[in-house]
Design a protein around this ligand. Structure first.
Ligand SMILES: [Zn+2]
Ligand SMILES: [Zn+2]
Length: 484
């Protein structure tokens, strides 16, 4: 153990928290916390101002939403945003009035803990509106589309969704097909994509300008590994973006730079003890904490164990993932000219302009997977079928022809299974004017000259496996073709 050092900011001795190699005293960490929240806070304020000033005529009074999943991090997020963003009605500065917005806390209730969470939120953010959603809310207007696995998946007509349809859908993912952990992985993925749909659609219906997610650095890094392992890497630049307009709601991840112990410290410092907190494991080796029940759990335990040994693991993984940049910018970036922003001052107008410049994903305008509504590769089903012993032929209007590679894996369940999927799956497949072009995602050009030189060096021939020389550009094109 190195000798304990003082706070790296003020040099005082009483350190309360170590984050990577730095240790902080309580007042200094409080400032560090707020600085790390600053960018998301400004983007939320920008989205609220855009709604209250620029688009006032088109929309309801301004509002934003925070996702609460009952975790420590989600209470930390609600508390911090409420503390930093709440503008009381009697605020002395009239310039802050346009920032006054309703806070909706969205909670997907599938465990029957809604009352506990509601009571906790009432203490953390007294003015917030608690919105309990159900997984069955994915069936818009109580309807769903019947899909049957032949294979391929064929779609029937839109019908009434019965009460337990969402739970039946999750149960179908666990049907015996592959190992038990494959079933758990499918159920986990399906639950995540149903939750995402419910949360986004609820935020949309309640006209929230922004939707804030509580995933911390470890969860974000685990999600990146998990997505790459499942062939969902093509969705990362969109689904994994730190800030992104999805249709007309700004999705933000304010905690993705915070490690779990930072959130736990904040929760303790502000008396936010949630209803249940798991005890910390004493043995942090991968062998002792690895949970192989599903891919998601495996990725989470791997990151947690690595993080314990190498404190920069999460930021390295997230940083690497963020290098996958979106191309095709003219179509993905909003092309709207800068709107006039009356009465909010130069600083407010700058906030609005900066959120308007953020990338935007719209599944009505781009080739999107009908199930997850994120980018879908063209020909994913053909590719999968060619590599499977169960060759399947499918038609243009079969669901398989439109699904992304990752969703094909989620729906890889026994033949003859019938599922009720959300009704817009039907619309997205059948709509004739659906765009066919996909988003191109490529890695940024190599900046490193030494890498280029190294790649240009001819390889010495080695036995019969003499490698053929590939030009760096050709290599990059090949990598790009795998990404999307
Ligand atoms: Zn200090
Ligand atoms: Zn999909």
């Amino acid at each position: 153990m190195p000798p304990p050092r003082g706070c790296i900011r003020c040099r005082r001795d009483e350190c309360v928290l170590a984050v990577r190699e730095a240790s902080y005293c309580a007042p200094c960490y409080a400032r560090v916390f707020d600085e790390k929240m600053r960018a998301s806070l400004d983007q939320t304020r920008g989205a609220i101002l855009r709604q209250s000033v620029v688009r006032a005529a088109e929309t309801a009074p301004p509002a934003y939403a925070i996702v609460c999943d009952g975790s420590v991090a989600s209470y930390v997020l609600v508390h911090a945003m409420y503390r930093l963003l709440y503008v009381p009605h009697a605020h002395p500065s009239p310039a802050r009035a346009p920032e006054r917005a309703r806070l909706d806390v969205l909670y997907v209730d599938d465990g029957g803990h809604a009352d506990d969470v509601r009571a906790h939120i009432a203490r953390v953010a007294p003015d917030a509106v608690f919105v309990a959603c159900q997984l069955s809310d994915v069936y818009q207007h109580g309807q769903g589309v019947v899909c049957t696995r032949q294979p391929p998946w064929t779609m029937g007509e839109i019908t009434e969704a019965h009460e337990t349809a969402a739970q039946d859908l999750l149960a179908a993912m666990l049907l015996r097909h592959g190992t038990p952990s494959a079933g758990a992985t499918r159920a986990e993925d399906m639950r995540r994509l149903l939750c995402r749909r419910v949360l986004h659609d609820t935020a949309c219906a309640r006209q929230c300008a922004a939707l804030l997610f509580p995933q911390d650095a470890t969860q974000t890094a685990a999600y990146v590994l998990d997505a790459l392992a499942k062939g969902a890497g093509h969705k990362l630049p969109v689904e994994g973006a730190a800030s992104l307009w999805v249709q007309d709601v700004l999705h933000l991840h304010p905690l993705r730079a915070f490690l779990p112990h930072e959130c736990a410290y904040y929760a303790r410092a502000h008396g936010l003890a949630p209803p249940a907190e798991a005890p910390a494991a004493t043995d942090m080796t991968y062998e002792s904490i690895s949970d192989k029940s599903s891919m998601g759990h495996l990725a989470q335990s791997l990151i947690t164990a690595l993080q314990h040994g190498v404190s920069s693991t999460s930021s390295t993984v997230i940083g690497t993932a963020s290098k996958l940049v979106l191309q095709d910018t003219p179509k993905l970036w909003p092309t709207v000219p800068a709107d006039a922003c009356p009465g909010i001052g130069a600083k407010g107008a700058a906030l609005v302009r900066s959120v308007q410049a953020l990338p935007r994903w719209d599944w009505d305008e781009r080739r999107a997977c009908p199930l997850c509504r994120w980018p879908a590769q063209e020909g994913a089903a053909q590719w999968t079928s060619q590599r499977s012993i169960r060759h399947a032929a499918f038609a243009v209007h079969d669901l398989d022809a439109h699904l992304c590679y990752a969703c094909l894996q989620v729906l890889d369940i026994p033949t003859g299974t019938r599922l009720l999927l959300p009704p817009d799956v039907h619309d997205l497949v059948r709509r004739p004017e659906r765009p066919a072009a996909s988003v191109r995602v490529v890695a940024p050009a190599a900046q490193d000259e030494s890498m280029r030189d190294a790649l240009a060096q001819p390889h010495a021939p080695r036995t019969s496996h003499a490698p053929t020389r590939v030009a760096p550009d050709a290599m990059r094109d090949q990598v790009a073709s795998y990404l999307l």
